[in-house]
Write a protein that binds this ligand. Structure first.
Ligand SMILES: Nc1ncnc2c1ncn2[C@@H]1O[C@H](COP(=O)(O)OP(=O)(O)O)[C@@H](O)[C@H]1O
Ligand SMILES: [Mg+2]
Length: 404
């Protein structure tokens, strides 16, 4: 605060001194001499301002950190400096064509692209999904070999990477699409690597002339990244001549063909509906290069997913609670609107709520760190789902006993 005051005091003093000097000069000096001095001061001021600005710019460029070719930019840099550096890195790789006798290792190239992080994040974040992870590895290998071929001056058409993710809700489609966007960015296939999530309403209009601008706006947002169209089959309404979905599909087809180097489209939804959609839209089907099928999770996988989710937020299930959770999931899997891992996440959030409520109901009791982390069977068995079903087992009996 005092610093601020001092700064203003200095400026005020300078202005007052200048005013006094001008008034004195005006009174005592001949006006011609005054004009010459005034002109001289203005020229001096302008030269200083210009010189200072140029020096500042040169210093900024000089102090910007240089980046090794192929090194991945930091996340925050992605939209501006990062993108430029990556393009520069790619260009410099193109210039330095390797001699045919030279050799490279794919592991070194993998390291340069820093894609190991994506695979470890896929492995750590997602339980199961073995065929999907394998397909992601295959796509990464294709692009990696492409990069290395490029370094030897071997050019091939850019591979088509439009994809279709089929599977029930909550099977990890959106999560894998996000990782895929990151992977494609790191391997230099996409300029930005962001993901734009769109549904029919973001693409198809309701009046004449409404659809094309809407579709183009969404496409523009997605340029340089992935356009993820969820429940893509709703774009097309068979037999409805007044529907504008076909107009949107036509624009999408064109962009998928002509702007392959700027955009990857991922269509997602239930497998059977997507098959019907492709039958009615063979043009779309022929532009999709990779199909990834996300199988529904088995009970053990759902339990493992729940355990991993809790672990990430420093909670855990007691042995009884895990058995109760299994029973909960067995019932829930047979119910409408079951959404695999999403149902697991939602139920665990409700369980946390009941756990907190249970602890808060006896506020005078001392609680240990473990008490704050451990979810008990009672927290799960209080779910209304059990009230709808037959009493399930002896666990319920033991769980009704108040936990220690
Ligand atoms: N295999 C998995 N392991 C751990 N968590 C998962 C798994 N699959 C999905 N999830 C989690 O379930 C939630 C829903 O997943 P999401 O990718 O949105 O599914 P979808 O797009 O298929 O409906 C997310 O929180 C996600 O992290
Ligand atoms: Mg989704």
């Amino acid at each position: 605060m005092y610093g601020l005051k001092l700064r203003y005091a200095k400026s005020s003093l300078l202005i007052v001194a200048s005013l006094i000097a001008i008034i004195l000069a005006f009174s005592y000096l001949p006006h011609a001499l005054l004009a010459i001095i005034g002109g001289f001061v203005v020229i001096l001021g302008l030269s200083y301002a210009l010189g200072h600005n140029t020096w500042k710019q040169t210093r900024d460029i000089g102090s910007r950190p240089s980046r090794a070719a192929g090194a991945r930019p930091q996340r925050g840099e992605r939209k501006s400096g990062g993108r430029k550096s990556r393009a520069e890195a790619r260009a410099s790789r193109r210039v330095e064509i390797l001699h045919p006798e030279e050799t490279v290792t794919l592991s070194a190239e993998r390291e340069a692209a820093e894609i190991e992080d994506v695979f470890s994040s896929l492995d750590n974040q997602l339980v199961g999904l073995v065929p999907v992870k394998k397909k992601v590895e295959e796509i990464a290998s294709l692009l990696l070999v492409d990069r290395v071929r490029h370094r030897f001056g071997l050019d091939a058409p850019r591979p088509n990477l439009h994809m279709c993710f089929t599977g029930d809700p909550g099977t990890g489609k959106t999560t894998v699409a996000l990782q895929m966007a990151d992977l494609l960015f790191r391997l230099g296939y996409l300029e930005k690597g962001h993901l734009v999530h769109a549904m029919r309403d973001d693409l198809v209009g309701e009046f004449i002339g409404h659809t094309a601008p809407k579709t183009k706006r969404t496409l523009e947002r997605a340029m340089g990244g992935v356009l993820f169209i969820d429940e893509a089959y709703y774009l097309y309404r068979a037999g409805d001549s007044k529907d504008y979905g076909q107009e949107c599909i036509d624009i999408l087809l064109q962009v998928m063909e002509n702007d392959r180097d700027k955009l990857v489209v991922i269509l997602a939804g239930y497998k059977d509906r997507m098959d019907v959609f492709f039958e009615s839209n063979p043009g779309m089907s022929s532009r999709i290069a990779h199909h990834l099928d996300f199988a529904p999770y088995k009970l053990d996988e759902l339990v493992a997913i729940g355990r991993a989710m809790l672990d990430r937020s420093a909670y855990y299930l007691s042995a009884d609670a895990e058995m109760a959770f299994r029973e909960y999931l067995t019932l829930r899997m047979g119910q409408p609107r079951f959404a695999n891992a999403r149902s697991v996440r939602n139920e665990l959030e409700r369980t946390r709520l009941r756990h907190a409520f249970r602890l808060a109901a006896e506020p005078e009791l001392s609680r240990s760190k473990d008490d704050l982390m451990r979810l008990e069977a009672a927290d799960i068995l209080a779910s209304p789902l059990f009230a709808l079903a037959e009493p399930v087992s002896a666990i319920e009996e033991s769980a009704r006993r108040p936990p220690r």
